[in-house]
Design a protein. Structure first.
Length: 150
């Protein structure tokens, strides 16, 4: 008897092949890997992987976005945006965190966003600890500034 596998929205459920051109918007609750060409917006509830053979003309939205291909459009990542060495990104970004490898090209503006409180609660313990230390340091600096007589 064959059992039906439940697919989780966080799993890789869509792949656009290297020799595929897709014109239109892509919207998925899961993760997405792009090897081909997309002309339109890409929205994923999970992670987006834009491989070195790929080209996107449109905006990209995802939890985490990993780019090693070419993107002409804006990026919105709730988590990390990782620009790998071959990445070519021409557009503005709004991300929680960014990493770039040597050789990556990024032309645009960057806006860093804060994680909402509910996302911080489910972050890893090390993230919570470092955020707590930063918050305490920030509060100490505020107190020090308040103590300065002008």
């Amino acid at each position: 008897m064959l059992k039906k596998r439940k697919s989780s929205p966080a799993s890789m459920d869509t792949v656009i092949g290297e020799y595929t051109t897709f014109a239109g918007n892509v919207d998925t609750e899961g993760s997405l890997k792009i090897l081909g060409k997309v002309e339109g917006d890409v929205k994923a509830g999970g992670d987006v992987y834009i491989e070195s053979s790929s080209s996107i003309t449109g905006n990209v939205y995802g939890s985490n976005v990993y780019i090693s291909g070419r993107v002409k459009g804006n990026i919105m990542a709730k988590g990390i945006l990782h620009l790998q060495a071959q990445a070519r990104l021409y557009g503005d970004i709004e991300v929680s965190s960014i990493a770039t490898d040597e050789g990556a090209i990024f032309q645009g503006s960057c806006k860093m966003i804060e994680l909402p409180e509910e996302d911080i609660a489910i972050a890893s313990p090390s993230t919570r600890k470092s955020r707590s230390r930063l918050k305490i340091k920030h509060e100490e600096l505020d107190e020090d500034i308040d103590d300065i007589d002008v």
